[in-house]
Design a protein around this ligand. Structure first.
Ligand code: ZN
Length: 214
């Protein structure tokens, strides 16, 4: 009998990836970016399988037992239920071939600024040295344009927003969902973490700048 993809067979590769996701989640939870049981984290295991957090777990106390496998259509490959937003992760893996990890958080900064810019539909980060932390950007003279999509409980609606943004030829380094949080990704967990933290920092700067007299 051949091994089935529908069977989650623990492997060293899975354990290592799951541990990386747990460490990232613990760090982000400690920063207060994963209130209640929000936020979700994933990483590509191989061409067919994605490791992702199981729905509803406290992200500050994850162990590899809280990580499951799904396919690129967000179908569970073991007897667990993935995070509610698994479809958004799956879409990113389908459309961004270099994405090896996707991290999604609900920090205070992400929530506030995404509501503030919801009607504008985007935030342009300009003049930041830290933009160089984003893969593909090499100078503070380059802008980072982040879309702000309307929130929805229908993941398909958000997926359509992502598709529409890309169809316009706009670069997509990360995106915000209004009143909700940030999706960031990278070629591996470390790169996704760097992007997430750099973008959150620049967004926090934007909020600070707004407090200053003009
Ligand atoms: Zn969320």
């Amino acid at each position: 009998m051949s091994a089935s993809l529908a069977t989650h067979e623990p492997s060293a590769a899975f354990e290592q990836l799951a541990q990386q996701l747990c460490s990232a989640a613990a760090h982000l939870a400690q920063r207060g970016w994963t209130p209640t049981t929000s936020s979700n984290f994933s990483a590509r295991l191989d061409a067919q399988r994605i490791a992702i957090t199981i729905s509803g777990r406290d992200k500050g106390r994850l162990t590899p037992a809280d990580i499951m496998l799904m396919d690129e259509q967000a179908r569970a490959l073991d007897a667990q239920r993935p995070s509610a937003e698994a479809h958004l992760h799956a879409q990113l893996y389908r459309v961004l071939p270099h994405a090896g990890a996707v991290l999604h958080t609900h920090s205070l900064t992400q929530t506030v600024i995404s509501l503030h810019y919801a009607s504008a539909g985007q935030i342009r980060l300009r003049g930041y040295e830290l933009v160089k932390a984003i893969e593909g950007l090499h100078s503070h003279e380059q802008d980072l344009l982040l879309p702000v999509f309307p929130n929805s409980q229908d993941m398909t609606a958000i997926e359509h927003r992502v598709d529409a943004w890309r169809a316009q030829g706009q670069p997509l380094h990360a995106y915000l969902i209004a009143g909700h949080g940030l999706y960031a990704w990278g070629r591996d967990v470390a790169a996704a973490m760097r992007h997430l933290e750099a973008i959150d920092f620049m967004l926090a700067c934007e909020l600070e700048l707004r407090k200053l007299p003009t």
